[in-house]
Design a protein around this ligand. Structure first.
Ligand code: NAP
Length: 175
């Protein structure tokens, strides 16, 4: 599986349930990468989306421990990592994207082989963060775009790879 995220200079990703910034070109990049694919998100991230609805033209998998949270036919609900992996094992793992938020990224990052990181060259007030991949063992940046501008904000797209992703089927998941 892969992850896709937008971070600020401190690897902040969110504040009070929302994104730190909405950059149209980043939204377009996210859409291009995930369209037609399988996306995994936490219940909080689902509820931050417009209308609290799953994203169109993608297979949406939502993690929640709430057993009654499965009345929406447009998404698949998983109640644990074990259930999630039973679901994701049905797909080509190249097509599975972890799209947040903080708690889901932190649990699934070890299983990701690649991560697209949009780096926003700005500091925001943030209460949710992503792991600093420049300090994570096994993670290496292999690509970055040229610097881009949105109003007075600079940003760039980058790609990291994980040299030793954990294999889902070798891990004993207990929750
Ligand atoms: N910058 C970016 O690229 C980006 C991307 C996505 C999100 N975000 C931001 O991240 C923030 C949300 O992150 P968050 O950490 O608060 O929430 P989250 O990860 O989106 O959702 C957390 C919820 O997911 C469920 N969950 C997590 N792990 C689970 C597991 N193993 N089994 C069952 N359910 C599980 C739980 O739901 P229940 O409580 O229902 O059990 C938990 O409360 C927002 O500010 C959002 O805007 C930023």
């Amino acid at each position: 599986m892969k992850a896709i995220v937008a971070v600020d200079l401190d690897w902040g990703i969110g504040y009070k349930g929302q994104l730190l910034e909405r950059i149209p070109e980043d939204m377009k990049f996210f859409k291009e990468k995930t369209l037609g694919k399988i996306i995994i998100m936490g219940r909080e991230t689902l509820e931050s989306l417009p209308g609290k609805k799953p994203l169109k033209d993608r297979t949406n998998i939502v993690l929640t421990k709430n057993r009654r949270y499965d009345d929406n036919k447009n998404m698949i609900v998983s109640h644990s990592l074990k259930e999630l992996f039973q679901e994701t094992n049905k797909y080509n793992e190249e097509e599975v994207f972890v799209i947040g938020g903080e708690s889901v990224y932190s649990q699934l990052l070890p299983y990701c082989s690649e991560c697209y990181v949009t780096k926003i060259e700005n500091n925001y007030e943030a209460d949710k963060h992503f792991a600093d991949l420049d300090r994570q063992n096994g993670w290496k940046q292999i690509w970055q775009s040229e610097e881009k501008k949105y109003n007075d904000i600079s940003f760039k797209f980058t790609k990291y790879i994980n040299e030793k992703p954990k294999r889902q089927n070798r891990i004993q998941v207990t929750d």
